[in-house]
Design a protein around this ligand. Structure first.
Ligand SMILES: [Zn+2]
Length: 103
């Protein structure tokens, strides 16, 4: 017989299911099923908060979500609707605009 023998119990992996679920990469979410059982669902963690490109401050009004959730979100919910919104913080934007006007 060709091929390696499987040792011990092997778990059936479904398509798109991550292999290592017990690692800290995944967040545990307790979900109550319609039958009344509580099961553990593993979710990938959220990305880091958006930061200002100039001073590095955390940006307000920018959600911390995975790309699949960001895709279905409205454009106005993803960043402030002002020039450089979601890229520079409010203070940096003000200074940059002043500099550009003065020169
Ligand atoms: Zn800034």
């Amino acid at each position: 017989m060709v091929g390696k023998k499987s040792k011990g119990k092997s778990r059936i992996l479904r398509k798109g299911e991550p292999r290592k679920l017990k690692s800290k990469t995944f967040k545990r979410v307790f979900v109550r099923t319609p039958g009344g059982r509580t099961v553990v669902h593993f979710k990938k963690r959220k990305p880091n908060k958006a930061r200002c490109a100039r001073c590095g401050k955390m940006l307000h009004g920018v959600p911390r979500e995975r790309p699949y959730k960001m895709r279905n979100m409205a454009k106005t919910k993803k960043r402030p609707t002002r020039p450089f919104g979601g890229y520079y913080c409010g203070a940096c934007m003000r200074e940059i605009i002043k500099e550009k006007v003065r020169t």
